[in-house]
Design a protein around this ligand. Structure first.
Ligand SMILES: C[S@@+](CC[C@H](N)C(=O)[O-])C[C@H]1O[C@@H](n2cnc3c(N)ncnc32)[C@H](O)[C@@H]1O
Length: 686
């Protein structure tokens, strides 16, 4: 992102300019960040539209408006395994909440857990305010390192609802049709891992936008390493039927259609919407939304459930889409009554009646009102509310709308739909405007290991891997002829392996499973393959060599050491470690937390990130305040360097094009993925 003072100069803004009432200097980290540009938080059409729609009692209108004009509270969610979550929540509450209360500062609030999701927290303070307050800054520091590791995710409160309603289990096959940037994908993955570290189920996360797929892989999934996920890049409205290994078709237990929408419930964090919103935003997306929802329903098995959700409160994008889906299904789909689910969540029931306006707020009561030919393409029959008879069958009130003022969140809509019967549903007729896909990367083939592969012999012998380990689920991303040179070996569970093998020719699969081994060229080790920390999670229990149980003191010594290389001489475990071959050695105090290390002739080095070290120390009850501070200053330094570099690039681009720069730096920075996480995708020149 761009350094603020330079941005101000570039935009010719005066320094020291104070925001006026009802204007907002948006958060520098906000998605779609426009810098410190002022935004007038007014839009007459928007206010009038929602006064007319009756999606919440009209007497609440002033509260609705006031909530939308306030900054969005910060919310975050603890994720990862149950034990870690509990311990981290305990640490956060113990270390910071007391101090915040003691400070008796009225400007500071203790984050509160959401009444309907106890592992998620919300604070009415904006992100900028949190970072600039001395006590909250420490808490922020703690949260940032845990977020880096994927133990915590900053996510809008309302966006946590769809996975909670879908409630997938470890056996479920889940399709997330519009997945990027992936906060709900992570939540779904976490749920299928909740009671089983190595679930039989899988999540296929799809997005039509290649750049956003890339973000999903290298930023979101990087933090939640799993063998049970694949990322595909397809138009959801045309998502292909997935082949199963037995020659049949895969039908999913759960589908999430968190579709593209006008985002008019995200005004509090997307300032652009204030200026641009008209009713046309919803009208323009309606057909695409129906097409995606229909394709999602087609992929469901009988008894399976789909969530249709939008971050818009507009019935044209919400109930009208669900109503058309139900109409088309001829009784194969039913809305599920969600009124008893998440009882503490305040919501409005879905509505049976709404009004259809065009871009200029002209009201259309029925199709007969349309005189102009060109409007017939815009105002289509499915925009209108159901007849009284249809409404009785549809139960649109079973769906829910979250209004911003009900519990200080963004606006959101969710419908839970169940497939009750296959016979009348013709998903193949699902058609919508086609998405023009821009191809950036060539999909490298997935080549799975065979028993006689010498790499497998090498790995099996070196790590003493048990016969029961599924070597056939290891793969590289190279053509078979070129495979021996692959730098990395990945691992997928059976469901993902079968999905990939059967479908790689017809589905654009960008990523699957997780990295387990990297090739090494060093002289120290006796294997060509180094084990990665995320790979241990799966391999550890199959390993009979290259692992050593050590005492807590040795572990602390290694993790706390300022030098990465720790002399073996200083550790009591040196004898046991020296019995292993040089290279990767896994050490552990507790079998649940094995740590990958690198052992040389005289030294041992934990082969994990700084954040991971910090997390392990926290889990061992160590006070990490000093290390956190040190890391914070390094992070700041790095962020400043990145900002400068991004800004320099932007200026270069602007100079080259002769146009003033717009700020898509967030996206720019987000696309810089560390090379080691890339599944050997190669760029294709178009
Ligand atoms: C509301 S966002 C999804 C947010 C995501 N579910 C999450 O929780 O992070 C909508 C996504 O739909 C994607 N999208 C838009 N049209 C699509 C299509 N036809 N097929 C698949 N994805 C689409 C966009 O690229 C965008 O990433």
């Amino acid at each position: 992102m761009v350094h603020s003072s330079r941005r101000r100069n570039f935009n010719n803004k005066k320094k020291g300019h104070e925001p006026r009432e009802n204007k907002w200097r948006d958060d520098r980290d906000a998605p779609g960040n426009q810098g410190y540009r002022e935004v007038l938080k007014e839009n007459e059409k928007y206010w009038e539209y929602y006064k007319q729609q009756n999606v919440f009692p009209l007497e609440q209108f002033d509260e609705f408006k006031a909530a939308l004009q306030r900054d969005l509270p910060v919310s975050f969610r603890f994720q990862g395994c149950h034990k870690d979550r509990e311990q981290l929540i305990h640490e956060m509450e113990n270390r910071f909440f007391g101090k915040i209360v003691e400070a008796e500062d009225t400007a500071v609030c203790v984050p509160k857990s959401l009444p309907w999701y106890k592992e998620a927290y919300q604070t009415p303070m904006s992100r900028t305010a949190v970072r600039s307050h001395p006590i909250l800054a420490q808490l922020h520091n703690f949260l940032v390192t845990e977020a880096e590791l994927g133990n915590l995710s900053r996510q809008e409160a309302v966006s946590m609802i769809p996975p909670l309603l879908l409630a997938p289990t470890s056996e479920h096959y889940v399709l997330d049709l519009c997945a990027a940037p992936g906060s709900k994908t992570t939540q779904l993955l976490e749920m299928i891992h909740e009671n089983d570290e190595n679930p039989k189920g899988m999540v296929i996360a799809n997005d039509v936008d290649m750049k956003r797929c890339y973000m999903l892989i290298h930023h979101t999934l990087k933090r939640f390493r799993t063998a049970a996920c694949a990322v595909t890049c397809e138009d959801a409205a045309r998502f292909p039927q997935i082949a199963d290994s037995d020659g049949g078709l895969i039908q999913f237990d759960r589908v999430l259609a968190d579709v593209i929408c006008s985002g008019d419930g995200t005004l509090r964090k997307n300032p652009e919407i204030w200026k641009k919103w008209t009713p046309q935003d919803g009208l323009g997306l309606h057909r695409m939304q129906i097409a995606i929802a229909r394709k999602g329903a087609q992929q469901l098995k009988v008894g399976g459930r789909m969530v249709y959700s939008t971050c818009s409160m507009n019935p044209i994008e919400d109930e009208a889409v669900v109503a058309q889906l139900l109409r088309d299904s001829k009784g194969s789909l039913k809305l599920v009554d969600t009124s008893k689910m998440l009882p503490e969540l305040k919501r409005e029931n879905g509505v049976n009646q709404w009004k259809v306006f065009d871009r200029d707020m002209k009201l259309y009561n029925s199709l007969e009102d349309i005189s102009e030919e060109k409007m017939k393409k815009v105002i289509v029959p499915s925009l209108f509310p159901p007849t009284e008879e249809e409404a009785k069958e549809m139960n649109l009130h079973y769906s829910m709308r979250i209004t911003p003022h009900a519990q200080d969140t963004g606006g959101f809509f969710v419908a839970l739909i169940e497939k009750v019967d296959e016979s009348n549903f013709d998903g193949s007729a699902a058609n919508g405007p086609a998405w023009k896909k821009k191809k950036m990367f060539k999909d490298e083939p997935f080549t799975f290991l065979k028993l006689d592969d010498e790499r497998w012999h090498d790995i099996r012998n070196h790590y003493g891997v048990d016969e029961s380990f599924k070597y056939q689920n290891l793969f590289s991303r190279r053509l078979e002829s070129n495979d021996a040179n692959s730098r990395q070996l990945f691992y997928a569970n059976d469901a993902i392996k079968n999905f990939v093998k059967e479908n790689m020719a017809k589905v654009s699969i960008q990523n699957a499973g997780m990295k387990m081994f990297s090739r090494t060229e060093g002289k120290v080790e006796n294997t060509r393959f180094r084990l990665s920390q995320e790979g241990i999670r799966y391999l550890f229990k199959f390993m009979n060599k290259q692992k050593v149980k050590i005492g807590a003191e040795d572990m602390l010594h290694m993790l706390k050491s300022e030098e990465n290389l720790v002399p073996l001489e200083k550790l009591t475990c040196k004898g046991d470690v020296r019995k292993q071959q040089n290279g990767t050695v896994v050490v552990y105090c507790d079998e649940d937390e094995p740590v990958c290390t690198w052992v040389g002739y005289h030294t041992i080095a934990p082969y994990i990130s700084k954040e991971e070290r910090l997390h392990l120390l926290r889990m061992m009850g160590v006070d990490c305040a000093e290390i956190e501070l040190l890391m914070k200053s390094k992070r700041k330094e790095k962020a400043a360097q990145d900002r400068e570099a991004a800004w320099a690039r932007k200026e270069e681009e602007a100079k080259a094009s002769g146009e003033p720069s717009t700020s898509s730096d967030a996206a720019c920075a987000a696309l810089e993925a560390p090379e080691e996480n890339i599944q050997e995708m190669s760029e294709v020149k178009e």
